[in-house]
Design a binder for this molecule. Structure first.
Ligand SMILES: CC(=O)N[C@H]1[C@@H](OP(=O)(O)OP(=O)(O)OC[C@H]2O[C@@H](n3ccc(=O)[nH]c3=O)[C@H](O)[C@@H]2O)O[C@H](CO)[C@@H](O)[C@@H]1O[C@H](C)C(=O)N[C@@H](C)C(=O)N[C@H](CCC(=O)O)C(=O)O
Ligand SMILES: Nc1ncnc2c1ncn2[C@@H]1O[C@H](COP(=O)(O)OP(=O)(O)OP(=O)(O)O)[C@@H](O)[C@H]1O
Ligand SMILES: N[C@H](CCC[C@H](N)C(=O)O)C(=O)O
Ligand SMILES: [Mg+2]
Length: 506
């Protein structure tokens, strides 16, 4: 494709050289540039991409898109734009032939529940005869095609290529998680959303966004700017969780019709006659199109909220109620979300991706309701991430559990002991007893917490201490099969670790 075709209707500040030059690939990383690549120089949070323009030129770049002409190269064509990330996203969509223009695209944003809702919605769409591709934290996949996820929401140049690949593989709809980082960084500009879903807003990522207001505003962009502009499309809707305190802000931001879901009075999609047990959730789904009973194997009130989010998107897309319920009922589990680790000891061992205070509180309060014996929680907090959530998660884990085993969860470039110390700050005001690992193995009647930095050892301790009937929750890493220490990814899988530890125990 020629550069000038990609630039069509894009406002330019300035340009230089032959804009009819052929473009073979797009990237914002100079290290990925090969002959014929269009390089986007972006201002980053760590470095300024403009400083790598000379490297891109040396690697054979066809042309450069930049914001700051101070770095403009003399040798090859360049264009100056006001927002490099936005230009990159719009040009990427064009480069890959606007893959989302003709297929339904549903975007899910919110602090928690995005992955779970995306899997439920995949089931609903497929039951309705629209086999759907799913893009999010776990992977980007459709049918036999499964691409490892680099981010929850990939960079626009990667994203548009994936849409194209999955559409070519036969996908008839796209369901994707839209992270707040991606909205702030315009990774999804150029994607044409039919339905946007807002699940909830609680504390996370304040290291990046700074304030809850800025975090919320980033998420609101999905509803204010990115839904299909064509008002004649009947399915175009904002699907909003009416039970969330931030619902009204999102409704105000929405530049399209809104459907609310939840238990709140003004929700158009809700349930009645709900009952919840260890076997899952049963209720009658109430929608403007009618009512239908269902049973889901998912556990907990938060999963009812995820079910309603997915069902409401189905309603917005005008899918038959029967397909909506079929999709919900067929859905069993999402990898790493309350996923069971089978063992011969009679312990209910669950691996879960709760890595925010709200998620941990939801999961633990659900488990507390179901528990007949003790709850042991193994958890930690990620390094190079919002450090304000550490004491909050510490307090919640220790408060709801009989024993909290505080350990590492991707310390990244931080000192793991410092992360543990910050978690401990939140536990101390509860006045619980702190044990050493050795004390615990000799004193089974514990109530309190223990600090054990090595996650392998922490899981083994949890497995060793859990008695038949106990619940052992391994929280924070879910489906992840790695532990990031420094900048190195080591293979590490909570499910594998727990299975091995149980095997050694029996
Ligand atoms: C904080 C954040 O989101 N950072 C993203 C951002 O990086 P940045 O602005 O810091 O980039 P930078 O390192 O300063 O570099 C600036 C520019 O110079 C370029 N560069 C850099 C070095 C070089 O040698 N050559 C070169 O061209 C870089 O490619 C970049 O374009 O833009 C990069 C390119 O798109 C992203 O890869 C990077 O994601 C980092 C790796 C990341 O960890 N992001 C996480 C926090 C994230 O996005 N998470 C959300 C989900 C969270 C959730 O669900 O809870 C996600 O969607 O996954
Ligand atoms: N609706 C919800 N409200 C609060 N907590 C939830 C909800 N749904 C799931 N959780 C909890 O949050 C964890 C993460 O769920 P899920 O992966 O679906 O969310 P996510 O928004 O995709 O997270 P991420 O931003 O990390 O990708 C789950 O393991 C569970 O503990
Ligand atoms: N998408 C989230 C995942 C966090 C998962 C947890 N295991 C961690 O590493 O903090 C993030 O990047 O903040
Ligand atoms: Mg997710």
């Amino acid at each position: 494709m020629r550069l000038e075709q990609l630039l069509h209707e894009l406002p330019l500040q300035a340009s230089h050289g032959d804009l009819s030059v052929a473009v073979a690939a797009l990237t914002c990383d100079s290290r990925q540039v090969a002959a014929g690549t269009l390089f986007f120089a972006l201002h980053g949070t760590k470095v300024d991409g403009h400083r790598f323009i000379h490297q891109a030129v040396a690697s054979g770049a066809a042309a450069i898109v930049l914001e700051d002409p101070t770095y403009a190269p003399a040798q090859i064509p360049w264009v100056q734009v006001t927002n490099g990330r936005q230009a990159m996203a719009l040009m990427a969509a064009r480069f890959f032939g606007q893959p989302t223009r003709d297929l339904p695209l549903i975007g899910i944003t919110g602090t928690n529940g995005k992955t779970t809702t995306s899997y439920l919605l995949e089931g609903i769409l497929t039951a309705a005869g629209l086999p759907a591709a799913v893009l999010g934290t776990i992977s980007y996949r459709f049918g036999d095609t499964c691409i490892e996820a680099s981010h929850t929401t990939p960079e626009s140049t990667e994203l548009q290529g994936i849409f194209r690949q999955l559409a070519d593989a036969g996908a008839k709809a796209f369901v994707m998680e839209v992270s707040s980082h991606s909205l702030e960084q315009r990774r999804v500009d150029g994607s044409v959303f039919d339905v946007g879903i807002f699940t909830n807003l609680t504390r996370d990522h304040l290291d990046y966004h700074g304030t809850m207001q800025a975090y919320s505003s980033a998420k609101q962009r999905l509803f204010s700017e990115l839904l299909k502009p064509d008002t004649s499309t009947p399915v175009r809707h904002a699907v909003i969780n009416a039970d969330d305190p931030a619902a009204e802000d999102f409704i105000q931001a929405a530049a399209c019709p809104v459907i609310r879901y939840g238990l709140a009075q003004d929700a158009e999609v809700t349930v009645r006659e709900m009952s919840s047990s260890v076997n899952g959730i049963s209720a009658i789904l109430v929608t403007p199109q009618g009512e239908q009973p269902f049973h889901s194997q998912l556990l907990g009130g938060f999963n009812l909220s995820n079910i309603l989010a997915a069902a409401t998107a189905g309603v917005a897309l005008r899918l038959p109620l029967q397909a909506i319920v079929q999709g919900i009922e067929q859905h069993t589990t999402v990898p790493g979300r309350l996923e069971r680790v089978v063992n011969g000891v009679g312990v209910t061992c669950l691996v879960d991706y709760a890595h925010t205070g709200d998620a941990l509180e939801n999961v633990l309060s659900t488990l507390k309701e179901l528990a007949t014996a003790r709850i042991i929680t193994v958890f930690g907090c990620g390094g190079d991430r919002d450090n304000g959530k550490r004491p909050i998660m510490g307090r919640i884990a220790a408060d709801y559990s009989d024993l909290a085993i505080v350990t590492s969860d991707n310390p990244r470039t931080e000192d793991p002991h410092e992360i543990l110390r910050q978690i401990r700050e939140g536990i101390l005001p509860l006045g619980l007893r702190e044990y050493s690992p050795d004390e615990l193995t000799t004193n089974p009647e514990y109530k309190g917490f223990v600090m054990l930095e090595n996650r392998h050892e922490a899981i083994r301790l949890g497995v060793q201490l859990a008695k038949p009937g106990d619940i052992l929750l391994l929280a924070g890493k879910g489906h992840e099969d790695y532990q990031i220490i420094g900048t190195t990814k080591h293979h590490f899988d909570d499910r594998e670790e727990a299975s091995n530890a149980f095997r050694e125990r029996t």
